[in-house]
Design a protein around this ligand. Structure first.
Ligand SMILES: NC(=O)C1=CN([C@@H]2O[C@H](COP(=O)(O)OP(=O)(O)OC[C@H]3O[C@@H](n4cnc5c(N)ncnc54)[C@H](O)[C@@H]3O)[C@@H](O)[C@H]2O)C=CC1
Ligand SMILES: CC(=O)C(=O)O
Length: 376
């Protein structure tokens, strides 16, 4: 198979979908890898390192897309990349389609087989999302602490407090991977931490992990309203796989926060859990203020720490990418139920139920959609 890796073009996105080690794995299995010139530079991988590993460097993104059977990326394609879509092309990347209706339409209309990292699922875990959620969760606490500084627009508090002055209050809504990692850092910073989740089982696990270092609360509008109003920093970390994020923090709740408080809505890639985080921001211009509250809504947070993130991401994506390359997409998906759940669009159909529901399309099972191609 020919695998193509374009350079990421999202604002300050310095990750890359394959490292030289990944190239070596593909090549040792008889595959060909085209890497766009300088695609790895932001993550510290030179063109020469890719060539030494057996890749061919291609000058133009258009040629990478045109020659590849499978394109591997990190972030969802941007509108300027939609023209490269074509029937039968396999696209393996983060997609977050419930929040990207135009992208979903383009993939559907152009007959791409689009496999989303974030919906590949093993039991209750999302193995290709986990490492980036670890990164973003840890970043959320440190970014929140930074924007609480007066010079950054915040109310001017230090989360740890100092002897004789209270600690800052952090509320984390969603106690999964992002939430747990945000809590680790927030506890490390000395904050007073509350985690809110809908799952009593998860709250029990969090209580076992963190003990008296955190407070846990069941997710309901009353608990959320009270915790948010009292918080200096709120971190949005809820996920319903594939679906648009539920708006759990209403505009009224935001208005009740003190001016200069901070919201880091990590779930913004799925649309965000805060009513007032109504648009995505970028690393260049990461925050805006609404009702006196600083909102941070960057959808590619790990892109700011690309060396760590690229290594962590490719550690988990490569085994799946190799299965697709070695077996072909049909057999790889048929053999691996985890990968099957990753397929969001195939041959003109939406094949992930939550995405179809949220975007108003008919849901077509993956097998049926892939069969269409074999019959055609
Ligand atoms: N902005 C960025 O750069 C990044 C964003 N993310 C996003 O962060 C979000 C969270 O991801 P993970 O922590 O990996 O998901 P996860 O599946 O590990 O955790 C989600 C948690 O939300 C809880 N939950 C579901 N409904 C809830 C409700 N109504 N109230 C409270 N809790 C509820 C679940 O019980 C679960 O514990 C996702 O949208 C993910 O895509 C992840 C990485 C980077
Ligand atoms: C999860 C995701 O979208 C990211 O790491 O950018």
């Amino acid at each position: 198979m020919i695998i193509g890796v374009p350079k990421e073009i999202k604002n300050n996105e310095n990750r890359v979908a394959i490292t030289p080690a990944g190239v070596m794995s593909f090549v040792s299995h008889g595959h060909t890898v085209f890497i766009e010139k300088d695609a790895g530079v932001g993550s510290g991988f030179t063109n020469e390192a890719y060539v030494s590993a057996g890749a061919q460097i291609v000058e133009r993104a258009a040629d990478v897309w045109a020659q590849a059977d499978m394109v591997m990326k990190v972030k969802e394609p941007l509108p300027s990349e939609y023209e490269y879509f074509r029937p039968g092309l396999v696209l393996f990347t983060y997609l977050h389609l419930a929040a990207e209706p135009e992208l979903a339409r383009a993939l559907k209309e152009k007959g791409v087989i689009a496999i989303a990292y974030e919906t590949v699922q093993v039991g209750r875990t999302l193995p290709l999302l986990t490492p980036m959620s670890e990164v973003a969760g840890r970043m959320a606490a440190q970014i929140g602490a930074q924007f609480l500084e007066k010079t950054k627009g915040g109310k001017g508090i230090l989360l740890s407090g100092v002897p004789g002055v209270s600690r800052g209050k952090v509320t984390i809504i969603g106690g999964g991977v992002v939430g747990t990692n945000a809590a680790k850092l927030a506890i490390g910073l000395g904050a007073n931490v509350t985690i809110i989740d809908l799952s009593a089982e998860r709250l029990r696990e969090l209580d076992d992990i963190f003990g008296s270092q955190i407070n846990t609360l069941m997710s309901n509008p009353m608990n959320i309203a009270q915790a948010v109003a009292e918080s200096d920093l709120v971190i949005g970390a809820v996920l319903i796989p594939g679906a648009k994020a539920p708006k759990l923090v209403t505009e009224e709740m935001v208005k009740a926060m003190q001016p200069g408080s901070v919201i880091v809505d990590v779930a913004i890639d799925q649309g965000g859990i805060v009513e007032t985080s109504d648009h995505v921001t970028t690393h260049d211009n990461p925050t805006y203020v609404k009702h006196g509250v600083v909102h941070y809504a960057v959808a590619n947070m790990p892109g700011a720490v690309p060396r760590t993130s690229t290594l962590a991401l490719t550690n988990v994506t490569m085994p799946y990418a190799l299965q697709i390359a070695n077996k072909g997409v049909h057999k790889a998906v048929a053999d691996n139920p985890a990968l099957r759940l990753g397929v969001n669009v195939a041959n003109g159909e939406i094949t992930y139920e939550a995405v179809a529901r949220d975007l108003g399309y008919d849901y077509v099972p993956v097998e049926v959609a892939l069969e269409k191609q074999l019959l055609a």
